[in-house]
Design a protein around this ligand. Structure first.
Ligand code: HEM
Length: 299
């Protein structure tokens, strides 16, 4: 905006001239003081490894819509990577009774999940014929083989040793095997309840970490005590609600996945070999933190 009352000065004149310069005629020597030469400096693309990321899309079909399919999966995997980074740190903080940073990270994980829930809207623009055109090129590849997704399930306590078989011949196998054997975030939350003087059964505290979480009456009683006296147990109360937020967001993700899949492939079998939608619907029944939901009937 021009300021007629401003006193003209040689400096103002020069700035105005360079601001008015058409970008098409900019010589590249100067643009608002921005650095232009990165022959000796790290640039944006160098820092982010954009050469690798932006050259990692290799459509196999001649179909225009395959790019959406690839980028939707790749971006989901990137967000999963961040989720795992945060979740592993949450588990460590819970182990050392350091709750404030764990809360911050749990909030971030829930927001990432929300974002992944909304991402289904983009994929839903793919119609059944568009998917059918690329399906022959997908072979047997499926999100079912996502090792990051499997680790997320494991770290949340939905352990299933049989699913390791999918990864038996891959370099990620040891990582996933370790994730199966490591107590989940919820196991650590239950141990925290015990360290805070709430009685937890020995059976629950010594539960085999390679098995899925099983509801335990003493854990439910302990959470009930927390919800019955939030002032006394404020940090545990906050932790409980953060865990409920996270599981809720995860359930939404599962729900949007199955509804988007049904919209696109109907009741055809999955590329990964399952029955497809009916398999994904069964996964909607998985409850990660059973007592935190069961206790609500009692409050
Ligand atoms: C048109 C798009 C999609 C279709 C038709 C589809 C279909 C399916 C089907 C049928 C399954 C069951 C396993 C199988 O037999 O393949 C599955 C599993 C899975 N998909 Fe998708 N999917 C799509 C997009 C996505 C996207 C964008 C992601 C994001 C990473 C994703 C992640 C997963 C995961 C993690 C599983 C395993 C779920 C579990 O075992 O509980 N899918 N998908």
């Amino acid at each position: 905006m021009s300021t007629p009352s401003a006193t003209p000065s040689p400096d103002n004149e020069i700035n105005r001239m360079s601001d008015n310069k058409c970008p098409m005629h900019n010589t590249g020597a100067d643009w608002h003081g921005a650095q232009m030469d990165f022959s000796n400096d790290m640039s944006y693309g160098d820092y982010l490894g954009l050469n690798q990321i932006l050259h990692a899309q290799h459509p196999l079909s001649p179909n225009h819509n395959e790019m959406l399919f690839i980028i939707q999966h790749q971006t989901s995997e990137l967000w999963m990577k961040l989720m795992l980074h945060e979740m592993r740190a949450v588990r460590t903080h819970l182990r050392s009774d350091d709750l404030p940073p764990a809360f911050k990270m749990l909030a971030r994980v829930a927001r990432i999940m929300d974002q992944l829930v909304h991402a289904w809207d983009v994929l839903a623009t793919m119609t059944p014929p568009e998917y059918t055109a690329i399906r022959p090129y997908l072979g047997a590849s499926s999100g079912f083989q996502s090792y990051q997704y499997r680790e997320i399930e494991f770290i949340l306590g939905n352990k299933n040793a049989a699913l390791l078989n999918v990864h038996a011949t891959t370099p990620e196998f040891p990582l996933l095997e370790e994730a199966l054997r490591t107590p989940s975030i919820y196991d650590e939350a239950v141990r925290l309840l015990a360290r805070n003087g709430l009685p937890i059964s020995a059976e629950r505290l010594n539960a085999d970490p390679t098995l899925p979480t099983v509801a335990d009456a003493s854990v439910q009683q302990a959470w009930l005590q927390v919800y019955g006296d939030p002032t006394r147990y404020w940090a545990l109360y906050e932790l409980a609600e953060k865990l409920v937020d996270m599981e809720t967001a995860f359930r939404f993700w599962r729900f949007r996945h199955v509804t988007t899949v049904e919209r696109i492939i109907g009741f055809k079998t999955g590329t990964g070999g399952t029955a497809g939608v009916s398999y994904l619907r069964k996964m909607l029944d998985v409850v990660l933190f059973p007592e935190l939901f069961a206790l609500r009937t009692e409050l």
